[in-house]
Design a protein around this ligand. Structure first.
Ligand SMILES: Nc1ncnc2c1ncn2[C@@H]1O[C@H](COP(=O)(O)OP(=O)(O)OP(=O)(O)O)[C@@H](O)[C@H]1O
Ligand SMILES: [Mg+2]
Length: 318
């Protein structure tokens, strides 16, 4: 067996729109996802992340190109594919009418599991996700964050080899999110393959073995965090805390075209694509104008890389 759980080749999804030109939501993506790894799809709003997941999970047909999930083609063998995947995208109306417990049991049944073992599993999973007090309530009566919990909890009812999660953490409080992230890492360690999308870059940074950044349906970068950081060499993040912010500093820095600039009280955070010497020169110069209480210079964060690469792609595209 090959090491790839998912093989995507030149995937295209075009939406026909009335009175408007057709939209190439996914425009020639190719990538592989290795078994037992966590793969993150990142990109700005409308980049084509959800559409890609919908094709990979057989919810919509590709316009062209091919997708194989554990060796099965999504267009020709959708049932074989569905048997092997778990999906958290958007809840269907039917699920909203079911109680929390029945959501879990129905999901297990759909994957061919039932009986006392499954019932016990449901109780266990509800306990882990803090859903036990809500077990008998209909999903539609829960808050958004709790509904998301139910969606994600279902993934732990069965052991499908692949899990797809579209912005799984939306509406989750930080404590639950931490716990879920731990569990996802545990699942990957035990051999499950996970594909997720997120807008929260620190999440991807922490979880993903490999990241694909898309914009307008196209790949703009791919690799592990290390490789992405190499792509963005020469980006420095600077964080300085002054006893009092030197006047005019915001305008001065804005003129250097920073990737990011934030001023919060007496703390200044800026990401610059400049060489090391000029960044250190800037630190020196600022230190002469005000007392610096704290200074930190580091390499690019995923956020800087993301901003830089999507910005570059926009410029090339237009
Ligand atoms: N069923 C559809 N019909 C027409 N256009 C669609 C359809 N579904 C998605 N699109 C369009 O395809 C593009 C990609 O949408 P998609 O939902 O995949 O983006 P996304 O990366 O998931 O964005 P977000 O971060 O906002 O969730 C968007 O321009 C969207 O309007
Ligand atoms: Mg989306």
């Amino acid at each position: 067996m090959s090491g790839a759980a998912i093989e995507v080749e030149n995937l295209v999804k075009v939406f026909q729109r009335r009175g408007q030109p057709a939209l190439r939501a996914v425009d020639g993506l190719s990538f592989e996802v290795q078994r037992g790894s966590i793969f993150g799809l990142l990109g700005p709003n409308g980049a084509g992340k959800t559409t890609t997941l919908r094709v990979l999970t057989t919810l919509v047909r590709p316009t062209s190109g091919s997708v194989r999930i554990m060796g099965y083609d999504v267009a020709r063998q959708p049932l074989e594919v569905r048997r092997r995947i778990g999906v958290v995208i958007q809840e269907s109306a039917a699920e909203l009418f079911l109680s929390v417990r029945d959501n879990l049991l129905t999901y297990a049944r759909f994957h061919g599991r039932s009986g006392t073992e499954v019932a016990r599993r449901a109780e266990e999973v509800m306990e882990q996700f803090g859903l036990t007090p809500e077990a008998a309530r209909k999903a539609q009566d829960l808050s958004g964050g709790f509904r998301r919990r139910v969606q994600v909890a279902k993934m732990f009812m069965v052991e499908t080899p692949i899990m797809f999660l579209d912005e799984f953490s939306t509406g989750m409080d930080p404590i639950l999110k931490r716990a879920v992230m731990e569990r996802l890492r545990g699942e990957a360690a035990s051999g499950r393959t996970i594909v997720l999308t997120t807008q929260i870059l620190s999440e991807a940074e922490e979880l993903c073995d490999e990241i694909l950044i898309v914009n307008r349906g196209r790949q703009i970068a791919r690799g592990d965090l290390h490789a992405l950081k190499m792509l963005s060499q020469g980006v420095y993040e600077l964080s300085l805390t002054f006893d009092a912010m030197p006047p005019g500093v915001e305008e001065q820095l804005a003129a250097r075209n920073p990737l990011r600039l934030r001023i919060n009280g007496n703390t200044l955070e800026v990401a610059l694509k400049e060489d090391e010497r000029s960044v250190l020169g800037l630190v020196n110069e600022l230190a002469q104008r005000a007392h610096v209480m704290r200074v930190e210079v580091s390499g690019a964060s995923l956020e800087d890389i993301f901003v830089e690469l999507t910005h570059e792609a926009e410029q090339k595209g237009s």
